[in-house]
Design a protein around this ligand. Structure first.
Ligand SMILES: NC(=O)c1ccc[n+]([C@@H]2O[C@H](COP(=O)([O-])OP(=O)(O)OC[C@H]3O[C@@H](n4cnc5c(N)ncnc54)[C@H](O)[C@@H]3O)[C@@H](O)[C@H]2O)c1
Length: 435
């Protein structure tokens, strides 16, 4: 039995709160791919395939031919930011993509002008800008965001929307009373409760309007009972948090490998230099704490020291991010990993990853919006755990630990697609080949 999936007809509007490096590299990239100026490298939805049936069946369609995804030509972009720069100016400022390439997509990018943001300097301390909604309570600002979405949808003739948070990392923020029920949250919006962060106002507005929402940053945002309940009640799929790029991506590749071979690990020291606006925001200890939590949790979850105390009980894990302007978006991440083998003999692994953060993040944004839109058309609601593959801190049902191993995550993603289309799940048992 396959799921009934509505066709991907008409235009799909992608709205990003935050039109900085990641958002504009994504938008410019899609425009460049559409015009044949580059390949969508790093995107599973554009380049990935999926094996169906037995290994001897030779059925390996492209993912985009197997499930009905919106095509790049159907995408329209918009967003909100505290700065007034259009997507071309912002991409130029972020200096991720080369000027010659940006020039080629300038006409499309110039048209994408940021709508006025819902902003609160208490949540992002290092930046400030003029393009903000100043009038009314948080409840009225949420209404204004819903109006922005409705106007965007109408003006651009969109059939559906998806919202994905590409805004700065907000300060560390624990769930409070106001986050527990929708009623408390709505009351809080009306009386400007200081425990409601701007990202939560966007998430609320999207969910209220029935629009799927993803969170690319580590902020608490919609990972609270009030908003998860709203997502389920309104039949809206959601996912998060914090795009898995760079150093954490490397960790989720290596750590499962060490554990698979029952090799021990006594220390993992990670440090980064980064010079973009994200790096500047993360200089603030409050924003860094939010990031640090998601970065630190990964190893613990993968290595399971409670199950393997001889191997991982004493692991010392440290993560640092240093703001270093000369590097811009071209981050450098170092890892020193102290491992041990047979009889406890020590060894070391060193990684020096000269990566480009937004180049790694852009295809993740693309895949997430296409898969969330698919999920909504397939009638799936609430947390989409099968999209954990893309996140450093995957959201899960309460009480369930997140799965961080990228290969298990990929299997889960592909099995979910097989399940949607009524194909056999692949267990890799394979005994039938030897019967
Ligand atoms: N690049 C990566 O590899 C990566 C990986 C994981 C997570 N992230 C997260 O993605 C987010 C975006 O990263 P980036 O490199 O594009 O950062 P950026 O600083 O270039 O862009 C963020 C933008 O968000 C805007 N903003 C802040 N608060 C806002 C609000 N309330 N409403 C609207 N706009 C707001 C800022 O003005 C800025 O233009 C960050 O939170 C970052 O931590 C990035």
């Amino acid at each position: 039995m396959s799921l009934k999936i509505a066709p991907a007809k008409g235009k799909l509007g992608i709205l990003t709160p935050g039109m900085g490096a990641v958002s504009t590299t994504f938008m410019a990239g899609v425009e460049a791919v559409k015009k044949g100026f580059g390949e969508p490298v790093g995107s599973l939805t554009q380049l990935g395939t999926i094996r169906l049936g037995k290994r001897t069946d030779n059925r390996t369609p492209r993912i985009q031919d197997f499930v009905p995804l919106a095509s790049l030509n159907q995408l329209v972009f918009g967003g909100w930011d505290i700065y007034e720069d259009n997507a071309y100016e912002s991409a130029d400022n972020a200096k991720v993509l080369q000027p010659a390439l940006l020039e080629k997509v300038k006409p499309s990018l110039r048209k994408i002008k940021p709508m006025k943001a819902v902003f609160d300097k208490r949540y992002v301390k290092r930046i400030d800008g003029p393009n903000v909604k100043t009038k009314g309570s948080l409840a009225e600002k949420a209404e204004a965001l819903m109006e922005d979405m409705a106007t965007f949808k109408k003006t651009n003739g969109c059939d559906r929307l998806v919202v994905i948070w590409c805004g700065s990392t907000e300060v560390h923020h624990k769930p409070a009373k106001v986050h527990q029920t929708l009623q408390a949250f709505e009351k809080g919006l009306a009386k400007n409760d200081p425990d409601i962060a701007p990202s939560q106002v966007y998430a609320y507005a999207a969910l209220k309007a029935g629009v799927p929402f993803a969170n690319g940053a580590p902020n608490l945002t919609h990972d609270i009972p009030a908003l998860l309940g709203l997502a389920r009640d309104n039949n809206v799929p959601v996912c998060g948090k914090d795009f898995k790029t760079g150093q954490t991506y490397m960790k989720t590749l290596l750590a499962p490998g060490l554990k698979a071979r029952m090799l021990g690990c006594s220390g993992w020291f990670s440090t980064n230099i980064l010079g973009n606006r994200d790096g500047e925001v993360l200089e603030d200890p409050g924003s860094f704490k939010t990031k640090e939590e998601t970065k630190l949790s990964v190893l613990d979850q993968i290595l399971q020291p409670n199950l393997y105390p001889q191997l991982y009980k004493d692991l010392y894990h440290s993560v640092k991010i240093n703001y270093y302007p000369p590097r811009g978006d071209e981050k450098e991440g170092w890892d020193n990993i102290d491992i041990f083998g047979w009889l406890g003999y020590p060894m070391q692994i060193k990684i020096d990853f000269l990566c480009r953060d937004s180049i790694l993040a852009a295809p993740i944004v693309l895949d997430l919006v296409l898969f969330l839109d698919l999920a909504q058309r397939a009638g799936m609601k609430g947390i989409q755990e099968w999209l954990s593959f893309y996140f450093k801190a995957p959201m899960t049902a309460p009480g369930l630990y997140p799965e961080h191993d990228i290969f298990i995550q990929l299997m889960k993603l592909k099995n979910t697609l097989r399940w949607m289309r009524g194909e056999d799940l692949i267990t890799h048992l394979g005994l039938e080949y030897y019967d």
